[in-house]
Design a protein around this ligand. Structure first.
Ligand code: HDE
Length: 759
C-alpha cells in the first residue's frame, strides 16, 4: 500500500476512494471525541486538563481555534492552484487563439477565476452591517450553581472561548465607525453545552417595546429610500418623524443623544443584554437576570466635533483601535455583571421588566460581578470570521431562558431567518466560526452547502435501526423551558395589547437626564440641536421639543433656542397621566463620570509634535515615559522620516501633520527647541493641530519653548475662571511628564469647554 501511495498521490482521508484498503478508512461510527457535556467540564481551561484536548490550555488559547484549524489555509511555499487543486502554470494570460487572436471559451482557469470573483459578495446585514470582531475568552469568578446550570458559570476559573463582534447599526458595511449610533456588542460563547449568543448593545434600553415596530424603526432610521441618504447618520427627517411620534423611544433617544453614542473605543464602552432573561438552576428554579459588560479601561467617549472629523480622517477608527490594541497586547477586557431578581420582586417595581425601554437602576438591584472577558486574538480573515459569524438571540443553553419581553420574542425568530438569506441556506451553523465546539447530532439533513457527512441510513426518531440514536437527553441534561406563570394571561386570552406600565414613557428618560453631570447634559442638548437642525420639516422639530418638555423643561428650552423656536410648544400629552412613583430619582451609575475604570494610559495615542531643530533629548525622554506606561506615543512632524534635531538625537517621525491629524490622538505634546518651534509656527497646519486638541478637551503638554505655539494658535492656558487649566501641563521635566500622564488618565478636561467653543 505504501508503495502504491508513493507512486500515486492520494488523499489519505479518502484512501478507499483511491482503491487502497489502507486501514485509513474510518471505522463505522468513528469520529473525533466530543468534549464532555458535564456542566462542570471545562471547555478549555488554563487550570486543568480539558476534556476536549486532554491538555491544559496555554494561557490565552482558544478552543474555537481547533474548529478553525481544519479550514485554515497558509499558502507559504505552495503552488497556485484552481479550486479543484490543479496547478496553474500561468496566472497572467488568458488562453487565446494566437497572441492577437480571440480568447477561448475553453479557458476553464480564467472562467473559474472570474466566476468566483463575480460571486464574492454576500448581502450585508440589514442592520449592524458595519462591524469588527475578535476572539477571546470568558473566565468565571465563582460558581453560580445556586442560580444557574449554564455551563460558563459552573466553576471558579472555568474558561469558555468567545467570539465578539462590535458594530454600528445604521450605516452600510463600508460606512464610518464614529457615527452617532448605537453600538452592537454581540458575544458568542462556545460552551461545552452548545453555543450561547448574548447579542447585546452598548445601551441598556431600546427604541421600541414590541417586535411589531422593528421594521418601521429600521426603515425610518436607514438612508431614505428615494435618494439613499444620509449614510451612517440618524440626523434626517424620517428618523425624527418616527421617533417623535413614538414617545416610547424617548428614553433611548436620551442615550443616543448622549456621548454613549460616540464611544472612544470598543474597549471603552459598556455592553448590555437589554432584555430581561432568566437563569435556571439544576432544580429548575429560575430568577430573572439582566446582563452588563463593564470595560476595565473605563467607559469613555469622543466629543461630537471630534467624531465628525475622525470620520473623515479615519473611517476605520474603531476597527483599527481594536486591532491595534490586540496586536499590541493591550487586550480589551470587560467584567460581566448580573442583576438578579425574583418574579415577586419584579411584580413590585414601578416599571415592567418586560419593557425593553426600561432599565433596572443599579441602586435598586445591584450589579454582581460574575466573570471577565478578555479579547486576545484578532481574526485571521475578516470575511470568514467577522462577516460570516451569525449571532442569534435564540441561541441559549441549559440554564439560560427567555422572559416574555415582546421585543425579545421577535428577535428569537428574526436572527435565524435573516441568516438563511444572508449566508445562503440553513446550514450556516456549519461555517467554522459558527460551529459549536461540541458535536452536533440530530436528524436534520441536507440543504444548500451541507458539510457534515452523516453516516448510516437512519435520519428519523424513533428508530430501532440505529439503536434509537441520537437519543433525547432528558430533563437532567437537555434544555428545558421554564414553565412561566400564566394565570393573568389565561384570564385575558389572545390580545394585541400592552401592559399599562409600558405607557410610562418619560419617567426613566427623566431619570437618565437627571443623573448626568452638567457637561453630559450640555452634550445631550447640543446633540438634539444638531440632529434636529438637519430635519427639514419644522413640525417634526417642534413635535420633538414638545415631547422633550416631558423630560426636562430646561432641556426642551435649550433645544428650542438652538433651533430658533421662539415659543416653547405645549408638552406632548402623556399616555399614562399618573405613572407609578419611581424607586430611584437619580442613578449616578448612568453618568460616564462615575465610570472612569482603571486609571491607566494603556492604549492611549499621544502625538509628540517635533520638527527639524526640536530638542531631541526631552522629546525622546517623554516618548519613553509614555511608552513605559503602555501608551502609544508617536512623533508627528511636518513630514515623515528622520528629524534633524538640534542636539543630534535620532528621531524618526512616523506620522505627519497631514496624514495623522490631531483628532486621531488622545493627547498632544509640543516639543522644546526654538528652531523646531519656529519651523512648526511657519506651517499652517500647526495652529489647527493644537486647536482641535484644545477644543476636544484633551490634555496638552507644552514644553517651555513651545508656549509660543500656544500663543500663535490663540489657545488660553487658563480657564474662564482664571485658574490654570489642569489639562494643559507646562514644563519638560520628569515630574511634568508624570503630571501629563495623570492628565491623560482623566480622559478629557471639560472644565475648558463652552458652547460655542471659546476658540
Ligand atoms: Fe437585532 N438584528 N433586532 N437587536 N441585532 C440583527 O441579525 C432584530 C435588537 C443586535 O454582530 C439582525 O444577523 C429584531 C435589540 C446586534 O452580527 C436581524 C429586533 C438588540 C446585531 C436583527 C432587534 C439587538 C443585530 C441583522 C427587534 C440589543 C448584530 C443581521 C425585535 C439587545 C449582530 C443579523 C452581529 C442584528 C433583528 C432588536 C442587537 C435582522 C427583529 C433590542 C448586536 O436579525
Amino acid at each position: 500500500t505504501e508503495e502504491l501511495a508513493a507512486a500515486r498521490p492520494y488523499n489519505p482521508n479518502k484512501a478507499g476512494e483511491h482503491g487502497f484498503d489502507s486501514g485509513l478508512n474510518p471505522a463505522p461510527g468513528a469520529h473525533a471525541d466530543a468534549p464532555s457535556r458535564l456542566p462542570t467540564a471545562s471547555t478549555l481551561s488554563e487550570l486543568e486538563t480539558s476534556a476536549k484536548t486532554g491538555s491544559i490550555a496555554p494561557a490565552g488559547t482558544n478552543a474555537t481555534i481547533g474548529t478553525l484549524d481544519r479550514v485554515r489555509v497558509d499558502s507559504e511555499g505552495q503552488v497556485l492552484t484552481t479550486n479543484q487543486g490543479v496547478p496553474v502554470a500561468d496566472n497572467q494570460n488568458s488562453l487565446k487563439y494566437g497572441e492577437r487572436g480571440p480568447a477561448l471559451l475553453e479557458d476553464f482557469i480564467l472562467r473559474e477565476k472570474i466566476t468566483h470573483f463575480d460571486h464574492e459578495r454576500i448581502p450585508e446585514r440589514i442592520v449592524h452591517a458595519r462591524g469588527s470582531g475578535a476572539h477571546g475568552y470568558f473566565e468565571c469568578y465563582e460558581p453560580l450553581t445556586d442560580l444557574t446550570r449554564a455551563a460558563p458559570f459552573q466553576k471558579a476559573g472555568k474558561v469558555t472561548p468567545v467570539f465578539v463582534r462590535f458594530s454600528t447599526v445604521q450605516g452600510e458595511r463600508g460606512s464610518k465607525d464614529t457615527a452617532r449610533d448605537v453600538r452592537g456588542f454581540a458575544v458568542k460563547f462556545y460552551t461545552n453545552e452548545g453555543n450561547w449568543d448574548l447579542v447585546g448593545n452598548n445601551m441598556p434600553v431600546f427604541f421600541i417595546q414590541d417586535a411589531m415596530k422593528f421594521p418601521d424603526l429600521v426603515h425610518a432610521v436607514k438612508p431614505e429610500p428615494h435618494h439613499q441618504m444620509p449614510q451612517a447618520a440618524s440626523a434626517h427627517d424620517t428618523f425624527w418623524d418616527f421617533v417623535s411620534l413614538m414617545p416610547e423611544s424617548t428614553h433611548m433617544l436620551m442615550w443616543l443623544m448622549s456621548d454613549r453614542a460616540i464611544p472612544r473605543s470598543y474597549a471603552t464602552m459598556q455592553g448590555f443584554g437589554v432584555h430581561t432573561f432568566r437563569l435556571v438552576n439544576t432544580e429548575g428554579q429560575s430568577v430573572f437576570v439582566k446582563f452588563h459588560w463593564t470595560p476595565m479601561a473605563g467607559t469613555h467617549s469622543l466629543v461630537w466635533d471630534e467624531a465628525l472629523k475622525i470620520s473623515g480622517a479615519d473611517p476605520d477608527y474603531h476597527r483599527r483601535d481594536l486591532w491595534e490594541r490586540i496586536e499590541a497586547g493591550a487586550y480589551p477586557e470587560y467584567e460581566l455583571g448580573v442583576q438578579v431578581f425574583t418574579e415577586e420582586e419584579a411584580d413590585g417595581f414601578s416599571f415592567d421588566i418586560l419593557d425593553a425601554t426600561k432599565i433596572i437602576p443599579e441602586e435598586l438591584v445591584p450589579v454582581r460581578p460574575v466573570g471577565r472577558m478578555v479579547l486576545n486574538r484578532n481574526p485571521d480573515n475578516f470575511f470568514a470570521e467577522t462577516e460570516q459569524v451569525a449571532f442569534c438571540a435564540a441561541h441559549v443553553i441549559p440554564g439560560i431562558d427567555f422572559s416574555n419581553d415582546p421585543l425579545l420574542a421577535g428577535r428569537i425568530h428574526s436572527y435565524v431567518d435573516t441568516q438563511i438569506s444572508r449566508l445562503g441556506g440553513p446550514n450556516f451553523h456549519e461555517i467554522p466560526i459558527n460551529a459549536p465546539v461540541v458535536q452536533v447530532h440530530n436528524n436534520q439533513r441536507d440543504g444548500m452547502h451541507r458539510q457534515a457527512i452523516a453516516r448510516g441510513k437512519v435520519a428519523y426518531e424513533p428508530n430501532s435501526l440505529a439503536g434509537g440514536c441520537p437519543f433525547q437527553a432528558g430533563a437532567a441534561q437537555g434544555f428545558v423551558s421554564v414553565p412561566a406563570r400564566m394565570q393573568a394571561q389565561e384570564a385575558q386570552g389572545k390580545v394585541r395589547a400592552k401592559p399599562e406600565k409600558f405607557a410610562d414613557h418619560y419617567t426613566q428618560a427623566k431619570l437618565f437626564f437627571d443623573s448626568q453631570s452638567p457637561v453630559e447634559q450640555a452634550h445631550i442638548a447640543a446633540a438634539f440641536r444638531f440632529e434636529l437642525s438637519k430635519v427639514t420639516v419644522p413640525a417634526i422639530r417642534e413635535r420633538m421639543v414638545s415631547s422633550l418638555r416631558n423630560v426636562s423643561d430646561a432641556l426642551a428650552m435649550q433645544v428650542a433656542q438652538g433651533l430658533g423656536i421662539a415659543a416653547l410648544p405645549e408638552a406632548m400629552p402623556l399616555a399614562l397621566v399618573q405613572p407609578a412613583t419611581p424607586e430611584v430619582l437619580q442613578s449616578p451609575a448612568l453618568s460616564l463620570v462615575s465610570r472612569p475604570g482603571e486609571m491607566h494610559i494603556q492604549g492611549r495615542k499621544v502625538a509628540i509634535l517635533v520638527a527639524d531643530g526640536s530638542d531631541g533629548e526631552s522629546a525622546v525622554a517623554l516618548h519613553q515615559a509614555l511608552f513605559a506606561q503602555g501608551a502609544v506615543p508617536r512623533f508627528v512632524a511636518p513630514r515623515i522620516g528622520p528629524v534633524a534635531t538640534a542636539d543630534g538625537v535620532a528621531i524618526d517621525a512616523d506620522a505627519s501633520l497631514e496624514n495623522e491629524p490631531s483628532f486621531l490622538f488622545d493627547a498632544l505634546a509640543l516639543a522644546n527647541g526654538d528652531a523646531g518651534v519656529q519651523a512648526l509656527a511657519a506651517n499652517g497646519y500647526t495652529a489647527e493641530y493644537i486647536l482641535n486638541q484644545y477644543r476636544h478637551c484633551k490634555p496638552i503638554l507644552v514644553m517651555p519653548d513651545a508656549s509660543a505655539l500656544m500663543q500663535m494658535a490663540k489657545i488660553p492656558t487658563s480657564l474662564p475662571s482664571g485658574e490654570q487649566d489642569p489639562g494643559v501641563v507646562m514644563g519638560a521635566t520628569a515630574s511634568d511628564f508624570e503630571d501629563f500622564v495623570s492628565a491623560i488618565t482623566q480622559h478629557r478636561h471639560f472644565e475648558r469647554e463652552s458652547d460655542p467653543p471659546r476658540v
